[in-house]
Design a binder for this molecule. Structure first.
Ligand code: XMP
Length: 512
């Protein structure tokens, strides 16, 4: 059985980070809600369990709890912040409100250089974020570290392999946090490590084979990283019995449909089916200006096109989706718990629920950056794995106002110049998304001796780690100038270029 560490989620915003740290140390890790049943926990056979932090107070009634058996099964446990406090009270210690809420950088003094703090110096820079703290240790525990405001900043019971830290070792502001995890996993819990994305590939292939048996799988390919990696895994697992369907909805960037077809048909050679539905989509968008209405029209059209293809291609028992861990969490929170609901797949605009496929979701435990590593290990080139995220409704939400063929053409031509010029930017690697937006206003200009009255293009170039927040990228003026000159000089119908300098929040990345 694979060596697994579980993170039990008590509502922390940092669970993903904890899991990532553990995996980066070569130990496979999954996150489960703290309310998960003991049977499910046992089913994973965890070598260790990490209790996350969380916004609640253990002193409040109804605060998140964990099954008693987790605490007495002899499994090594590391409790972080709320997780430590929960261990504190549940094992017979006491927790109290701290005199003042502590938030931000702090220094703790290490009292015992063993267990979690093996090999540490006397002081440790940490990140704190708490209102409560343990103020009487449970029996069998000793204080491992303290700070000026927190007398029990870390506690441990060596015999039971149970440890708690009041600070957050998972965040970058605790520079040696990774060593706390290393000591816990390898020193305390006796993990062996050695897990990597390559082992993930073998396991995922086995899982797909076991799930699908002799069945056929339909894989909706958008050309984005997630669906491309899903397609590559399926191809490796069941070869010809997976069919990738790629729909050109007429809302892709310049040259995109061609490059996706060339790659998957000729270079990577998956079982590939191309559907040119550009006219159907663009015709359906005629007269539609409201963004959500555009999404609805596109979603519905996708379903129609998809249905037609399924009929043409024959029987499928399974549908593969490139759902990632953040999508799983979103759908769980949207549906109030672990759900079997098909999350409307952004890339394909929302699949109908009555298609009655069983879902194959080989990436559902992974994060975007891990999927990129996986893609590379599967032999996908950078031009696929490093692609920027692209919204399912595509250029329809970047042509502000009505979407017409002419306006799509103008936007495509402007956008390709943004990409070409930014490719020379040394900071390109830090860009999350970069694109042109065609605004629904005209402005006056002068070209030669002529007055012009033409379109305005906005540039959106942002950095982000997950798309939830973003900042605009400080692109050098020379590059911005070149982008602007090229668009105005070379793209007929545009006489003005502006640069969007709004962060998210309060703005969003897309304009619609
Ligand atoms: P916003 O505009 O909400 O975008 O800041 C956050 C991220 O989501 C992408 N996005 C979409 N993706 N369907 C998608 O598949 C959509 O309707 C959609 N709207 C926004 C956006 O490109 C960014 O990466």
């Amino acid at each position: 059985m694979r060596e697994t560490v579980l993170v039990l989620d008590f509502g922390s915003q940092y669970c993903q980070l904890i899991a990532r740290r553990v995996r980066s140390l070569g130990v496979y890790c999954e996150i489960l809600p703290c309310s998960v049943s003991w049977q499910e926990i046992q089913g994973h056979g965890p070598g260790a369990i990490i209790f996350s932090g969380g916004p609640a107070s253990v002193l409040d009634e109804g605060s998140p709890q964990v099954d008693e058996r987790v605490l007495c099964a002899g499994i090594p446990i590391l409790g972080i912040c709320y997780g430590m406090q929960l261990m504190g009270v549940r094992l017979g210690g006491m927790v109290q409100k701290a005199d003042s809420r502590e938030y931000g950088p702090a220094i703790v003094e290490v009292d015992r250089h063993e267990g979690l703090f093996e090999g540490f110096a006397d002081t440790l820079d940490v990140w704190m974020s708490h209102g409560d703290q343990v103020d009487r240790l449970p029996e069998g525990f000793v204080t491992l570290a303290h700070s000026a405001t927190c007398p029990m900043a870390a506690m441990g019971n060596e015999e039971k392999g149970m440890y708690g830290v009041q600070f957050h070792p998972e965040v970058v502001h605790t520079p040696r946090g990774i060593e706390v995890f290393r000591n816990f996993l390898f020193g305390v819990a006796g993990c062996k490590g050695g897990w990597s994305m390559r082992s993930f590939i073998d396991e995922a292939v086995e899982r797909i084979r076991a799930q699908v048996g002799e069945g056929r799988v339909l894989c909706a390919l958008s050309g984005g990283v997630d669906s491309a990696v899903t397609a590559a895994l399926l191809n490796r697992a069941i070869g010809e019995r997976s069919v990738c369907v790629f729909v050109d909805n007429g809302l892709l960037r310049k040259g995109e449909a061609e490059s996706i077809c060339t790659f998957f048909r000729d270079e990577y050679q998956v079982n590939f089916c191309f559907v040119d539905a550009a006219d159907r989509f663009v015709d359906a968008l005629a007269g539609v200006v409201e963004p959500e209405q555009k999404r609805k029209v596109i979603g519905e059209m996708f379903i129609n096109v998809f249905r037609d293809e399924v009929t043409r291609l024959g029987e499928f028992g399974f549908l593969a989706q490139g759902t990632l861990y953040p999508d799983v969490i979103e759908s769980q929170s949207a549906h109030g718990g672990p759900s079997a609901t098909i999350k409307s797949h952004h890339n394909v605009g929302g699949l109908p629920q009555d298609l009655e496929f069983a879902l194959v979701e080989p990436l559902r435990d992974l994060f975007k950056d891990e999927v990129r590593v996986l893609g590379r290990d599967l032999g996908l080139p950078d031009k696929i794995v490093q692609r920027q995220p692209f919204p399912g409704p595509g250029l329809a939400v970047r042509v502000i106002g009505e979407v017409t063929r002419e306006r799509l053409h103008i936007l495509r031509e402007a956008d390709v110049r943004v990409q070409e010029e930014l490719a020379r930017f040394s900071g390109y690697g830090d860009i999350w998304q970069s694109f042109a937006v065609l605004l629904p206003v005209k402005s006056v200009g002068v070209m030669g001796d002529e007055r012009t009255y033409a379109n305005v293009v906005a540039l959106r170039i942002v950095s982000s780690s997950d798309g939830m927040t973003c900042d605009w990228v400080k692109v050098p003026y020379e590059i911005l100038g070149r982008i602007s000159n090229r668009i105005i000089n070379e793209v007929r119908g545009v006489n003005r270029v502006v640069f969007d300098i709004s962060p998210k929040p309060p703005s969003t990345i897309e304009w619609e």
